[in-house]
Design a protein around this ligand. Sequence first.
Ligand code: C2E
Ligand code: MG
Ligand code: MG
Length: 574
Amino acid sequence: MSAAPVAFREYDEDHPSPDEVARRYRTLIEQLPLVVYVDALDSISSNIFTSCQIEPLLGYSVEEWKTEADLFTRLLHPEDRDRVLEAHEHTQKTHEPLSLEYRLIARDGRVVWLRDEGVVVVDEHGQALHLQGYLLDITREREAELQLRQLALYDPLTGLANRAFFHERLRHAVQLRHDDEHATGLLYIDLDDFKAINDRWGHDLGDEVLHEVGKRIERSVRPGDTAARLGGDEFAIILTEPVTPEDAVGVAERLLSEIARPMESGSAPLNTSASVGIAFGSHDETLLKEADIAMYRAKGHPDVGYAFFDSQLDRAALDRSQRIAELRDGIARNEFRLDYQAVVDLDQHQIIGYEALVRWEHPAAGELPPGEFIPLAEETGLIVGLGEWVLTEACTEATRLCQLHGRPMHMCVNVSARQLHHQDFVHHVERALDSSALMPSLLTLELTESTLLASDERVVQRLRAIKEMGVVLALDDFGTGYASLSYLRQFPIDVVKIDRSFTAHVDTKDGDLVLLKGIIDLGHALQLNLVAEGIENSEQHTIVRKLGCQQAQGFYFGRPSHPAQRDLDSVGPL
Ligand code: C2E
Ligand code: MG
Ligand code: MG
């Protein structure tokens, strides 16, 4: 037997009592820069002993740890909980050591990172007694790690991904979707004339601008997409989610309008603009090059602000932007005209009103139907001005028709979502009625189901206000949307216009007849006024009349046309 180690000789010499030994051990344990614990090997790992360092660390007393059985589980960070509980269970079952890092939430809400190292202590017969271990506070290390990561992956000025991280994300995005059908989209953004800002106002202000642009870019991207600063005034966005060219245009347009908003800087607002190159592909390096080339092309047509690498897509983007410019000019130059289509009363057998349908007399393309420009006018907001013109023009025509016929004539005007969402819409209607001196009850506003989609309480209020004025509200193209019936309940609708798709084959298909009858019966039950759209022949006319529909519209009674071009009293077969 070898001699006792020097460190123990003192104990031997002094013969300390067991209490003294315990006291010395406790002092030693309490001096350690960590928490020592002993837990039972029961299902909830109830605590047997915890050293007092736990209190400053987490704000809960030793007593609380011992008495509150679920305290540990409660304090576990939600993202770590399952992992930690599983590890504990594993150790209890296998008696293998416990070694893991996780977060606990301290009493004051702080997040504390801990390293937990535990071993199962066994007696001389190999019987497991308890779990014993220590908790080491590693919060500072973790935070430093996070900071390092932030520095390594993010641009300090904007907080966006830096160039290195961008490349990593792009590679990853491309790997996820490698076939052409699911190409990854990339937007390359370069500020226009940024050098001038730096030269004129100095680099501090230049940095401020970049910081602000970074924030705006971040706001414009969709969840899941990656925005990065590649250096200088160059940014990029990886459209990680599957996208169509239209989606990419949507992001580019949002981005450009965000960046174009004047920035508050010192005394005067500062204006910036950018150019965006868009490319799709399945190879990261090529994608970046192509988006860069497209960006330079975008600089060539600043009125659009963006360009595709793919020349076909680019053509479409240019066409679209040209159409927008033409639409704007067309509105300013009054290139629009209204045609009117008769609405007939099937019982009285006479015209009771008209629907105004807008046409664009395009200087180069000739007459364009609404389907070719209303969607664009909607997207760009130009519909608000155009729609107000339609309202006023139609109301004025209605007054003229009333005088011409010596009896009331209704006027139906189509309204789009953008108009309805405009805060001044009620005012627009009032103005049109005032200036034309038309009785409000002779005006019907036609709203489609898609117009009413995503309507909020303000829209409902607006419609109520309009209805209180005496104006009639109609649901147009009834049956083509998803929730036709719920709209009837939600909005103060008086008239339902049954879509052409229900009447078109009613004379040849029995199934359609049953469907149409169902809709008409329902309309009657809800006491709605019904108009059958798209009546093209006498058979359809007879059927809708027999089914009890009060009014109808369609080529059979008259095509949309301008009143000046025809004799109003001889419209259709009436
Ligand atoms: P809508 O309100 O359902 O108008 C009826 C459309 O059906 C018109 O097409 C009309 O020409 C067409 N139509 C009428 N009778 C028949 C028929 O018997 N057979 C067939 N095949 N078609 C018939 P249009 O003029 O091309 O208008 C299309 C849509 O454009 C309109 O559908 C309306 O939603 C929208 N629209 C028209 N003018 C305006 C407007 O001033 N503002 C807004 N926001 N939308 C408008
Ligand atoms: Mg209509
Ligand atoms: Mg319709």
